[in-house]
Design a protein around this ligand. Structure first.
Ligand code: HEM
Length: 201
């Protein structure tokens, strides 16, 4: 096993921007003064997710949904393996983490869509309540996600947070990606800015 490149720049930058946008949107959610900042953070959040969905189809090997999305049996098998100390190490996301990722992206899109309706003065109180409920559900999944990252890091003796920063994980060199795709990351930043501006204008 060597340290090989697994996460490209769009995945890594997208992830940490997602964390920042989520935190900013959460911190500004109760204030009228910060409404525009909240709208831009929410808009960027949606832009990142839309790009990630596209990258999940066209992206590098381990970024593709097809490479890490497994059925519920595989996810349960992985979780059972964690309990017995026999969870199988994956170069990309593990099968349980894959489900958390899809839940986060789906909840993120729904939260963004309901937020946009409120911003456009559409939907009334019921949409406002839905938006708050979705954001709270997302926070719950984020906490679960963080617990998963800690448990996965301990179980496989591999710092997954560092891997999301450096892009490198333990693996067979044949499983490495060829390029970190820096130019795609630049295009992504342009796309996120455009979507944030368009949704918050
Ligand atoms: C400080 C807080 C966070 C930390 C330390 C963190 C850490 C990580 C790590 C280590 C991974 C890779 C897991 C693996 O190796 O399989 C990951 C993936 C992911 N995280 Fe987080 N995360 C945080 C917050 C969030 C938040 C707030 C969201 C969304 C609201 C989020 C969404 C995701 C998504 C979508 C992925 C998949 C990345 C991809 O394939 O593009 N994370 N996170």
């Amino acid at each position: 096993m060597n340290r090989i490149l697994v996460w490209d720049w769009p995945v890594r930058i997208g992830h940490w921007l997602l964390v920042g946008a989520f935190a900013l949107a959460w911190l500004t959610s109760e204030s009228e003064t910060w409404r525009l900042v909240h709208a831009y953070a929410g808009g960027a959040f949606v832009g990142i997710i839309l790009f990630r969905l596209l990258w999940g189809v066209m992206g590098t090997r381990h970024a593709r949904f097809g490479s890490f999305m497994r059925g519920p049996d595989a996810a349960l098998g992985y979780l059972k393996g964690l309990l017995t100390g026999r969870a199988v190490h994956t170069v990309g996301h593990n099968p349980a983490g894959g489900w958390a990722i899809v839940a986060l992206l789906t909840l993120g899109l729904l939260t963004g869509a309901s937020g946009w309706l409120i911003y456009q003065d559409m939907g009334g109180d019921s949409v406002a309540e839905l938006h708050e409920g979705l954001a709270t559900a997302m926070l719950a999944v984020v906490l679960l996600h963080l617990a998963g990252v800690v448990v996965g890091s301990l179980a496989h003796r591999e710092n997954l947070v560092r891997a999301m920063l450096t892009g490198k994980k333990q693996g067979n060199p044949a499983e490495a990606i060829d390029s970190a795709k820096p130019l795609v990351a630049l295009v992504m930043l342009g796309w996120i800015s455009a979507i944030a501006w368009w949704l918050a204008r």
